[in-house]
Write a protein that binds this ligand. Structure first.
Ligand code: NAP
Ligand code: MG
Length: 493
């Protein structure tokens, strides 16, 4: 890599290496998918009482992968009844040390089958294999390992508070990190002694069904975990079921509001992990090249389908030109295409609907008067793809700045003072995450204490660990997942 001086005084990065990349597709001939899946209820796959199935597709090819069941109200009732029975007769009487062994076993089997999980995750959801292989699947296994460790140590987690499980947890998850979100939900619930009914998102049901096979193979007692595929209606029926004691929801703020209304006046405990619109804030004293990598990771990781994505860039005026130029150069190097190719940086958009939503926001941005820039990547002719995109000259009132797009679209603003950065970062309805890039530790502490964001990364972005709590403020929801805090929503004290 060669550096040369440019007009804005910052060295330009030359990414030209003389290399071209041959296709490097991960093979998919080792994965095993059934043509048609039932619902996982009481330890076995059963045909849906609803009699309905639908097809889950690969967003990179638009081809069908498998038929999955669409659970109706009777199916929800069967799953909740199985979970209640398992809670009363088995799981609440299983010693904590034994619970831990099952959770460990689930973690180990996920590790053993990691390659198959990664390929299926990329095929069903569109994310690059590098991410599913190196992030989603290992982190999912780590969550089970971590919470297995807590199962027999709950009295130490809550000293002198006698933690008791709640009963049946109804858990609803989105499509952006399908297996990982299932792990975030199931692992702490089991560790705390609850039983589970999980509803994956309609476009990404396959790794949850694979997880059902793992759970069956782990010997976990029947009914302790039940998995219901279906649509929004299935989720709504689960929320409404009278024998569900707790709802854990990750998804959009709109559906989160519906759920909060639905459980008002009931004894159900709720946690809501909702949308976000994080500010990634770059100060003049930051290490600029690292910050550019952090901006790219913040908005283009998983096609920007990330609740904590750094979808707003706030850059201090003195370095704005240099940062934007380097960012544009770096965007040119991003490879958009086949999610199963190991060189791919940006895979497929999860669904046609999501691509339409992203495209409508790009049109809104142009209409609002912001300046559009996209990389010159060529997109595959089949499947749903979007070029890495940024908008310059956005202002605080723009919808691009205020609303969650959930795609590879970055809104760029500038600022002069620390106060202005904090004001702009906080002046949105969401409060899930933020990033700060600066050489000064004191500035980091000043910023983190004044930002209304559940997670603030300093000189890095999108770092996840099972030991660390995650969750939001304001319209990003309430409750925490991960770490010791992640046990609290699953116990009575
Ligand atoms: P979504 O439309 O809210 O869906 C989330 C889940 O809820 C899906 O399983 C969905 O089923 C189900 N659902 C839909 N309508 C329902 C209803 N009326 N009652 C109960 N359940 C219902 O969100 P999404 O588009 O899948 O996911 C993207 C959103 O998730 C973004 O806003 C993102 O920020 C958020 N997210 C937040 C976090 C976090 O930790 N804070 C993490 C990841 C994602 P169907 O799929 O069948 O519609
Ligand atoms: Mg799919």
């Amino acid at each position: 890599m060669k550096a040369q001086d440019t007009t804005d005084g910052a060295a330009a990065l030359s990414f030209f290496s003389g290399w071209t990349y041959a296709p490097a597709p991960e093979s998919s001939d080792h994965i095993r998918l059934q043509d048609r899946y039932g619902l996982f209820i009481n330890g076995a796959f059963v045909p849906p009482k609803s009699g309905r199935h639908y097809v889950t597709v690969n967003p990179a090819t638009e081809g069908a992968l498998a038929e999955v069941a669409d659970a109706g109200e009777k199916d929800v009732d069967a799953a909740v009844s199985a979970a209640k029975r398992a809670y009363e007769r088995t799981w609440s009487r299983t010693p904590a040390k034994e619970r831990a062994k099952y959770i460990y076993r689930i973690a180990r089997i996920i590790q053993e089958r990691a390659r198959e999980f990664a390929v299926i995750e990329s095929m069903d959801g569109g994310k690059p294999i590098r991410e599913s292989r190196d992030v989603d699947i290992p982190l999912a296994a780590n969550h089970f390992f971590y919470y297995a460790g807590w199962a027999d140590k709950l009295p130490y987690a809550f000293p002198n508070r006698s933690p008791r499980p709640l009963g049946v947890a109804g858990q609803i998850i989105p499509w952006n990190f399908p297996l990982l979100m299932a792990a975030w939900k199931i692992a702490p619930a089991l560790a705390a002694g609850n039983t589970v009914v999980l509803k994956p998102a309609e476009t990404t049901p396959l790794t949850a069904l694979k997880l059902a096979e793992v759970i069956r193979d782990s010997g976990l007692p029947d009914g302790v975990v039940n998995i219901l595929t279906g649509f929004g209606k299935t989720g709504a029926a689960l929320v409404a079921h009278p024998h569900v004691n707790k709802i854990a929801f990750t998804g959009s703020t709109d559906v989160g509001k519906l759920i909060q209304k639905a459980v008002a006046g009931t004894a159900k405990k709720v946690t809501l992990e909702l949308g976000g619109k994080a500010a990634n804030i770059v100060f003049e004293d930051a290490a600029i090249d690292q910050a550019v990598e952090g901006i790219v990771n913040g908005i283009f990781f998983n096609q920007g389908h990330v609740c904590c994505a750094g979808s707003r860039l706030l850059v201090q005026e003195g370095v704005a030109d240099a940062v934007i130029r380097k960012l544009k150069e770096r965007m040119e190097t991003l490879i958009v295409g086949d999610p199963l190719d190991k060189n791919t940086d940006i895979g497929a958009i999860n669904s046609k609907e999501q691509l339409e939503k992203i495209s409508s926001y790009i049109a809104i941005g142009v209409n609002e008067g912001a300046e559009l820039h996209q990389s010159s990547a060529t997109l595959p002719s089949k499947g749903w793809f979007c070029k890495p995109t940024l908008f310059l000259h956005t202002s605080q009132s723009h919808r691009l700045v205020q609303e969650e797009i959930f795609g590879p679209v970055l809104a760029v603003q500038t600022f002069r003072t620390v106060e202005e950065a904090i004001e702009k970062a906080n002046n949105i309805p969401y409060g899930l995450s933020a990033g700060v890039w600066t050489d000064k530790g004191s500035k980091i502490f000043n910023m983190t204490s004044k930002m209304r964001a559940g997670v603030v990364w300093a000189n890095t972005y999108n770092k996840f660990d099972p030991t660390s709590p995650f969750g939001g403020y304001k319209e990003s929801g309430f409750g925490r997942e991960g770490g010791l805090h992640g046990l609290l929503p699953y116990v009575h004290l």
